[in-house]
Design a protein around this ligand. Structure first.
Ligand code: NAD
Length: 290
């Protein structure tokens, strides 16, 4: 069984990006720049944003982090986005989700210039993705595609099941896997909280992408021998024996899945690292122009 190690695949993506930034530097050019906005101080969001900024530095990108209080008015956030949209030194804009309840997420996403929308959430970019046009692919599904590419996982003609239909993971993942691209051309079934016979559907799958946010949901009895398992889930589960008081759990029962799968992504150390790789690639793309 092959462990699809995110550390290895992400390092390969970042090494290529570092070569590109070093070449830009040698030519006296400006570096690609990512602006991240963090509203409030949600622990998981803090960790994700810190990791994104650190990875920018390691890859030679510039980055700025703008922090706003949890009770910030939507208009203030929109004004910051408008300013960054106009800033010629800012290539990519990322607003860390989720946002506090009083802010309408779609207003924020739609305010970002589609040419700087490195998260790929703007409806213009989603439309381009659906039509198979050049676009910013949302970072997590993009990272998964990069992971499959790195480990030469053949997908053509396979039955793929995606569990979860969110705008940031499940739905774009299902679009990519069904697209006519190297790591696509699957026959895709997208499942969600109203799906009946999920176990039977999973048992027919050559590949399962679990993105629902329920720890250990996908158990060994739901997996066909030889299937490829991609675990997107990241849930903090309380654990008094852990240093931080919690452990990160995926959506897949790892030990049981290992006994069935031909390849599997671990949690942590799998898709999460590839998400950052996808984001960095999108930022380079924004710098170069779509
Ligand atoms: P979400 O809550 O927006 O969507 C969850 C989806 O799962 C929904 O479409 C829902 O219908 C479906 N679902 C819920 N319970 C189900 C069930 N019992 N059976 C079938 N379908 C069910 O979540 P999201 O933002 O897509 O995130 C999903 C998970 O992925 C979370 O754990 C999140 O933390 C994680 N995540 C990880 C990364 C990463 O980089 N690894 C990135 C984004 C999200």
């Amino acid at each position: 069984m092959l462990v699809l190690d995110g550390k290895i695949a992400a390092a390969a993506v970042k090494a290529t990006l570092l070569e590109q930034t070093q070449a830009l530097k040698a030519a006296g050019k400006r570096m690609p720049h990512l602006a991240a906005i963090l509203v409030g101080n949600n622990g998981a969001s803090e960790t994700y944003v810190a990791s994104k900024v650190k990875n920018c530095e390691e890859t030679g990108f510039g980055s700025s982090l703008y922090r706003m209080e949890a009770d910030v008015e939507e208009a203030v956030l929109l004004a910051k986005i408008a300013e960054l949209n106009q800033d010629p030194n800012c290539d990519g804009i990322l607003v860390q989700l989720p946002l506090p309840k009083h802010i309408k997420e779609s207003n924020i996403i739609e305010a970002i210039d589609p040419a700087k929308d490195v998260d790929g959430f703007h409806p213009v970019n989603v439309g381009r993705l659906v039509q198979g046009l050049n676009t910013f692919i949302p970072a997590t599904p993009y990272g998964i595609i990069l992971m499959l590419e790195h480990f030469n996982i053949e997908t053509k003609g396979k039955n793929a099941v995606v569990i979860g239909r969110s705008n940031i993971v499940g739905r774009p993942m299902s679009i990519l896997l069904s697209s006519n691209i190297a790591q696509g051309n699957c026959t895709v079934t997208i499942c969600h909280s109203h799906t009946k016979n999920l176990k039977e559907i999973c048992l027919g799958a050559d590949m399962i992408v679990a993105a629902l946010g329920v720890p250990n949901f996908l158990t060994g009895d739901m997996i066909k021998p030889g299937a490829v398992i991609v675990d997107v889930g990241i849930t903090r589960v309380e654990d008094a024996t852990a240093k931080k008081g919690f452990r990160i759990k995926g959506d897949v029962h790892y030990e049981e899945a290992c006994a069935k799968a031909s390849a599997i992504t671990p949690v942590p150390g799998g898709v999460g690292l590839m998400t950052i790789a996808g984001l960095l690639k999108n930022t380079m793309k924004a710098y170069q122009g779509l």
